[in-house]
Design a protein around this ligand. Structure first.
Ligand code: ARG
Length: 461
């Protein structure tokens, strides 16, 4: 079992079948540079505790630097015989600095505390990348809102015409979940900043190494309070996978609307050529593939989360090899978002809105009926009655095939004595939007306030 991290108690080497099953280098090599950072920190702890002389520590750090250089250039690659990234790097270190010095590095640590730490380092870095990409998407939404300050959108509930809103209000409504995702990543970072390094296999080490020194060297906040929890817990990975899935879901809801808006029936948006695709058979087609891929990949992100939770369910303490199964799903969630978010942002930033069409459709479906009812309330009609009266006006207009704004004075009076011609002041789309001036509402000055708050919250994280 040449180059393996274990073998002393085994009379024979591992079977090829076991090796094929056990090998993880095809995915955990992504952690190679983090593993080397961990080794630098661990060497410092060994030196501080007197297990390495200053000269040995210097040669160890130089050897680790050489390994990192090899990983970056691609010269250093795992071999078939390597079980995992840890073993592969130890073999390389022995070749680099000799077995006498290289063989000292593993004292007081285990792959169990190493891997639990490295996955945190990896996710913390990528949380930063994803957060920056989220900020860019929020910025693109805000820029589109700013470019269309007075554009009207037929607001919907149940996908039916409900009440007219500002397009800016709607676009910002998609920004808020993304701000909460940013805040989730920040909250998660507080829990992720714990270092299990030094916990050993599960029970801690006899060597008196300083885990706080290692945590500091790695840029983490503090050592794990409990070595068993440190090596066995993966809730920090599952929580990351949840945030990734939530981001996917938030994108999918926007994606679905863009797909609808881009149909001939809606006709609200045109996609930029650079962010849409053609058909191999239908020459006329221009398809919203980025939005569809966002919708599809949200399912994949949910799958990664549920697979991970299924792996963790009922695992006894402490480390079990099942835990190796945490990496592929969460690596996939990271890679998925890092390729999806920039494309999605580009699509949003380059959307062209047909604001005339949106405005012309806004009054359809009697979308001002609530305004009529609320106007009646201002005339001291109880809302129950006002709702009935406004509903009766909708029915009368529907029978005549006209809109609310076309009702004559006679028709208004016929429906109810309370419907005086003064009701017309709320029968315009602009009037309706302007009058929804409560906190969070769609009135232009409210939407401007919300914009400022959205941007401030984006910048706060
Ligand atoms: N590759 C393992 C993982 O990803 C870490 C190694 C621990 N292996 C072991 N036999 N204890 O979790």
């Amino acid at each position: 079992n040449e180059g393996a991290l274990w073998g002393g108690r085994f009379a024979g080497g591992p079977s090829p079948e076991l090796q094929a099953l056990s090998r993880s280098t095809h995915f955990d090599w992504q952690l190679a540079l983090y593993d080397i950072r961990g080794s630098h920190a661990h060497a410092a702890a060994l030196e501080a505790a007197g297990y390495l002389t200053a000269d040995e520590a210097a040669r160890m750090h130089a050897g680790l630097d050489a390994l990192a250089e090899g990983v970056r250039s691609g010269r250093l690659r795992p071999r078939d015989a390597d079980e995992d990234v840890h073993g592969a790097l130890e073999t390389a270190l022995l070749e680099e600095v000799g077995a006498e010095l290289g063989g000292r590095l593993r004292a007081g640590r285990s792959r169990n505390d190493q891997i639990a730490t490295l996955i945190r380092l990896f996710l913390i870095d990528h949380a930063g990348v994803i957060a920056r990409e989220l900020v860019q998407l929020i910025d693109a939404l805000v820029a589109q809102a700013d470019a269309h300050p007075s554009a009207i959108l037929p607001g919907r509930t149940h996908l039916q015409h409900a009440q007219p809103v500002l397009l800016a209000h709607h676009l910002q409504a998609h920004g808020w979940p993304l701000v909460r995702d940013l805040e989730r990543l920040r909250d998660w970072r507080g829990r992720a900043g714990v270092s299990p390094y030094g916990g050993g296999a599960l029970a801690g080490s006899t060597l008196g190494l300083d885990p706080a020194l290692v945590a500091r060297e790695l840029g983490l906040d503090r050592p794990a309070e409990n070595s068993m929890d440190g090596t066995a817990a993966r809730d920090v990975v599952a929580e990351f996978a949840y945030i990734a899935a939530q981001i996917g879901i938030d994108l999918s809801r926007m994606a679905e609307e863009i797909i609808l808006w881009n149909t001939r029936e809606f006709g609200f948006v045109t996609l930029d050529d650079g962010y849409s695709t053609g058909s191999s058979i239908m020459p006329q087609k221009k398809n919203p593939d980025i939005a569809e891929l966002a919708r599809g990949k949200s399912g994949r992100l949910i799958g990664n989360l549920s697979g991970l939770l299924a792996t963790l369910k009922a695992l006894p303490l402490a480390y079990n090899r099942d835990l190796q199964e945490d990496k592929e799903p969460v690596f996939d969630s990271v890679a998925t978002l890092e390729v999806l978010l920039p494309a999605f942002t580009g699509m949003v930033a380059t959307l062209r809105f047909d604001t005339e069409r949106m405005a012309s459709l806004a009054p359809q479906g009697f979308s001002l009926a609530t305004d009529v009812a609320e106007w009646l309330v201002t005339q001291r009609v109880p809302f129950r009655d006002a709702h009935e009266i406004s509903g009766a006006l909708v029915r009368a207009c529907e029978e005549r095939g006209i809109g609310l704004e076309d009702a004559t004075d006679e028709l208004l009076a016929e429906v109810s004595e309370h419907l005086t011609p003064a009701v017309r002041e709320v029968l315009s789309i602009e009037g309706s939007v302007a009058s929804r001036a409560g906190v969070g509402g769609t009135a232009p000055e409210r939407v401007a306030e919300q914009r400022a708050e959205l941007v401030a919250r984006t910048q706060a994280v």
